[in-house]
Design a protein around this ligand. Structure first.
Ligand code: CA
Length: 224
């Protein structure tokens, strides 16, 4: 999943980025509202973490502007400004959550996971996938009680598709959200196909994977 951290405190932005990149996330950092807008024009983000006190613009104004640029992104406001009025304004403008600084990185991560689950309609972190169980928090997939050994990227790919189940996902979308930025000539290489093939091979040793569908000329879909 792709995250844009809009934060002018460089050390904090880097710390958040480093922490999130250990998990399921890829991060870009913008130190100003202008940089943030430029990045949002060319990238699709799953999350935008937004500091309200930016040097060139109030974060609340940026939120209002950028909802149009990244309508599918989830927004979390990160701010030292803890007052109720800002909080309400942010939520009214469409932010999904609000964390007052200083915040714990683990809390940030668990709020992000909760938003992802809520938006995908899965209240439970453990999701049934055919005969398999996927635990999004523990990052594990099991058949009955046996854990299936997927690589980190294979798991990222599978869970991203699962969170967007029943939707056709193009190879380009999958590359963007799982691998990050690519040059145009890179993305049509077949590494997404290779990863899907490996996932199919590993899982079908345990049970059928007919829910993992190839859409010819388009990409892939998990149909549940
Ligand atoms: Ca700031």
């Amino acid at each position: 999943m792709k995250v844009l951290i809009v934060e002018d405190e460089k050390a904090l932005a880097k710390e958040v980025c480093k922490f999130l990149e250990k998990g399921f996330y890829l991060c870009d950092i913008a130190g100003t509202a202008t940089d943030a807008t430029d990045l949002m024009e060319v990238n699709q983000y799953d999350f935008i973490l937004l500091d309200l006190g930016l040097p060139d613009k109030d974060g609340l104004l940026l939120l209002d502007d950028t909802k149009k640029l990244c309508p599918d992104a989830s927004y979390i406001i990160l701010t030292a400004r803890g007052d109720l009025e800002d909080r309400i304004k942010g939520l009214d403008l469409g932010a999904d959550d609000y964390l007052a600084k200083p915040f714990s990185l683990l809390e940030l991560q668990s709020r992000m996971q909760a938003i992802t689950r809520r938006k995908s309609g899965n209240n439970d972190p453990v999701i049934e996938l055919g005969e398999f169980n996927v635990d999004l928090n523990k990052r594990a997939i099991k058949h009955q009680s046996k854990e299936v050994d997927l690589s980190r990227k294979e798991f990222d790919l599978l869970s991203y598709m699962l969170l967007h189940k029943n939707r056709p996902l193009t190879r380009f979308q999958l590359s963007e959200h799982i691998w990050g930025n690519f040059n145009d000539e890179d993305y049509d290489s077949n590494y997404i196909d290779v990863h899907i093939k490996n996932i199919r091979k590993k899982l079908s040793a345990y049970a059928p994977v007919e829910w993992l569908q190839t859409l010819r000329g388009i990409g892939y879909k998990i149909k549940l």
